[in-house]
Design a protein around this ligand. Structure first.
Ligand SMILES: Cc1cc2nc3c(=O)[nH]c(=O)nc-3n(C[C@H](O)[C@H](O)[C@H](O)COP(=O)(O)OP(=O)(O)OC[C@H]3O[C@@H](n4cnc5c(N)ncnc54)[C@H](O)[C@@H]3O)c2cc1C
Length: 508
């Protein structure tokens, strides 16, 4: 009889509740299932698989040091478990709760049916602050802090060695994944995650609050932990507790030596909570991966999809330097900072008037840190389809001037504009003789923005819009500061989703 620990998006041994609990019940089979069908979905990519394989290699080493290495099986998860049950008799399955894409949701339903059919217990502890079967968001943030404050679960001291053969990890090619231009990919594995956490908290993070917005500084000044959190090489609790320790240290420093740390660490702390806040939205409303959160927006863009615009946007040829530099940087590195992600998405949804679903899939494939819960919630926010957030349309010219004033980022990624003088770098069409093959703008920025805003605001005037928006806020909106009960937490609690949307910023 074996205890199967099914590793999913939790590729670590420390703070792994499923592994530690299973080890108390008998010999453990640490299992990773490579599911070829998952890797054929439209939202996954070569760069993500590459990152995964690096994480698995380190996980295997860690498990081997406890006495039993990782067993890889390739195939449909139900078939794999069925075979293991026939060969070795599964006493129980242990895996962390997973909130991922629609495909994994359906797969987990099939697994549940299979475990019930064979009366095999399937234990699913949580690994983050996401709560299953949540009625509404009242008290959610308080619960999140309680979860983050719980003790880190130690790794088991020892695992009994069992002799169960492992499949070879398939190559990306075998799974049908072709290299996708990610020439400067972020590398996976817990060792690198710990190094990033340490360097962020000890040096890189000091100017985080300011530096996170510009792509010139963000690549170094953001934590860069997102892909690690997405694959679980670190748990969000480990990050939160390391941060809390560092905050404690900074608090004790004399005022003159604190520098910008208090603000940087405070901003970072809020974002760790957002991580779970957004995944919770998808957990509560899985359809938001595919459909507008607010149904009033159904039919708004569907019939206007301009394929040529889409392709220009995908490849970084829209004629707007900041958008194009971001898209080309993303192709090459697999990462962008939040503001630039928001800008490229907003440009696709508003200026190019593309329905969000195809752009969202394209970005999902390009992000090494693809996390559906955060991704689709953000995509819908930046497309104006949640019905509860202010409409924010980023002006890419202004973003360029504000966040790449000297043009370092644009020149790095747009070789055509390497010699364009700074005076016209953000508006190269004003110096047509120096464009060097760089395209003219595919749409007029101001009129495209105004036209999109007018359509959205027109819809929001509708009486039925507000009634539905209130229900969405009740279910998904973060609560006001006052719902958090300690003064420390009161400071951290406030997002603005309880407020009804106003006509705000049209040209961020
Ligand atoms: C259109 C769009 C799509 C996005 N898709 C993803 C995605 O697929 N995966 C993903 O991890 N993030 C996504 N984000 C959120 C954010 O841009 C990234 O989390 C962040 O840039 C990752 O870099 P970092 O780890 O250095 O973040 P840091 O700034 O160092 O933040 C630390 C952690 O906090 C969390 N976090 C930060 N910002 C946000 C946010 N706005 N919402 C929720 N959590 C946040 C992430 O887990 C991040 O790793 C998206 C944002 C937008 C606008």
């Amino acid at each position: 009889m074996i205890q199967v620990v099914w590793f999913k998006r939790d590729l670590r041994t420390i703070d792994h509740a499923a592994l530690s609990a299973a080890a108390l019940h008998g010999p453990v089979l640490p299992l990773y299932i490579v599911e070829p069908q998952l890797w054929q979905q439209a939202d996954v990519s070569h760069r993500q698989y590459q990152f995964l394989t690096e994480c698995l290699a380190e996980l295997d080493s860690a498990l081997q040091s406890f006495g039993q290495g990782l067993v890889v099986r390739v195939g449909d998860a139900v078939d794999v478990l069925n075979q293991l049950h026939q060969d070795y008799q599964i006493a129980a399955i242990w895996s962390h709760q997973e909130t991922w894409n629609g495909w994994t949701f359906q797969r987990d339903k099939r697994i549940l049916a299979w475990t019930q059919q064979h009366t095999i217990p399937w234990h699913e502890p949580t690994q983050n602050g996401v709560i299953r079967r949540l009625a509404d968001r009242d008290g959610w943030a308080i619960q999140w802090y309680k979860t983050m404050d719980k003790a880190i679960v130690p790794a088991p001291n020892k695992l009994t060695q069992i002799s169960i053969p492992s499949d070879k990890l398939p190559s990306a090619d075998t799974l049908g994944l072709s290299p996708d231009g990610c020439v400067a990919a972020q590398r996976g594995g817990r060792r690198r995650a710990l190094h990033l956490l340490d360097s962020f908290l000890s040096s890189r993070g000091e100017h985080y609050t300011k530096a996170m917005s510009s792509p010139v500084t963000a690549f170094d000044s953001c934590s860069r932990l997102s892909a690690h959190l997405a694959y679980g090489t670190l748990s969000i609790r480990e990050v939160f507790q390391a941060l809390a320790q560092h905050q404690q240290y900074v608090r004790q420093l004399p005022t003159g030596r604190k520098g910008q740390w208090p603000s940087g660490l405070q901003s970072f702390s809020g974002r760790l909570r957002w991580h779970c806040h957004f995944i919770q939205k998808l957990e509560d409303e899985p359809r938001s991966e595919f459909e507008n959160l607010h149904p009033a927006y159904d039919g708004l863009r569907e019939n206007d999809f301009n394929q040529a615009y889409f392709e220009a946007w995908q490849t970084g040829h829209t004629g707007y330097p900041m958008v194009d530099a971001c898209m080309r940087a993303l192709i090459a590195t697999g990462w962008l900072n939040f503001r630039m992600r928001a800008m490229v998405m907003s440009f696709a949804s508003y200026h190019l008037w593309l329905h969000w679903r195809k752009p969202a899939l394209h970005l999902a494939r390009l992000f090494t840190d693809y996390e559906p819960g955060i991704h689709y919630s953000q995509v819908q926010m930046q497309s104006g389809t949640t019905g509860i957030n202010s409409i924010r349309i980023y002006n890419p010219i202004k973003q360029g001037i504000d966040h790449d004033s000297e043009g370092h980022f644009i020149r790095q990624w747009l070789s055509e504009l390497a010699n364009m003088p700074i005076e016209t770098l953000h508006t190269p069409w004003l110096a047509p003789d120096k464009m060097n093959g760089y395209p003219m703008p595919i749409v007029d920025e101001a009129s495209a923005r105004k036209s999109a805003a007018a359509k959205l605001y027109q819809l929001r005037k509708n009486d039925s819009h507000e009634a539905t928006a209130k229900k969405i806020v009740k279910k998904h909106g973060s609560r006001k500061k006052s719902t958090l009960n300690t003064s420390r937490r009161r400071k951290k609690g406030g997002d603005t989703e309880m407020k009804q949307p106003k006509q705000t910023e049209l040209a961020l």
